[in-house]
Design a protein around this ligand. Structure first.
Ligand code: CUA
Length: 162
């Protein structure tokens, strides 16, 4: 089969694009640890406030890492300030009490949608201590632009045995 040079160039260019696209997905998943959050657990959005877990939003330090239970509502996150230790896995369990909100911790790979009726769960580790801004990145109404919270990543205790 005789393929013209011009055609060969386009075939290689198209092949190269496919390789680049697959590499982008793999780079994000493996290199940056980006994972789609789970959306398998359901919750009645009208009962978030009385739910045994989400009725008391909390940050729990456990032997296998920290668990943050939190929810979004128009137009705030509850709790508004979250403190977690640096360098240890943190599992976020989140939902929404009304409409769909976003949950993005700026400068990190923590980013999920808070969909009413579902529990979004993901685990990540914050290496750099400091203060991080949390914003809602799904348009949720007139107060969307003021919907924010703060994450404080605290230095690991010095001298603690691993
Ligand atoms: Cu909540 Cu936008």
């Amino acid at each position: 089969m005789n393929v013209a040079l011009y055609e060969k160039i386009w075939m290689w260019a198209a092949g190269g694009l496919i390789v680049a696209f697959v590499a982008t997905v793999l780079g994000g998943a493996v290199g940056s640890g980006l994972q789609p959050p789970s959306h398998v657990e359901t919750i009645d959005p009208t009962k978030v406030f009385t739910d045994p877990q989400f009725g008391h939003p909390s940050v729990t330090l456990g032997p296998n890492g920290t668990t943050v239970v939190s929810f979004g509502m128009m137009f705030a996150f509850n709790p508004a300030v979250i403190r977690v230790p640096a360098g240890k896995p943190v599992t976020f369990r989140m939902t929404s009490a009304d409409v769909t909100h976003g949950f993005l911790i700026v400068g990190t790979n923590a980013n999920t949608m808070l969909v009413p009726g579902y529990v979004s769960q993901f685990t990540t580790t914050f290496r750099r201590p400091g203060e991080y801004l949390i914003v809602c990145n799904e348009y949720c109404g007139l107060g969307h632009h003021v919907m924010s919270a703060k994450l404080i990543v605290e230095e690991e205790e010095k001298g603690a045995t691993p």
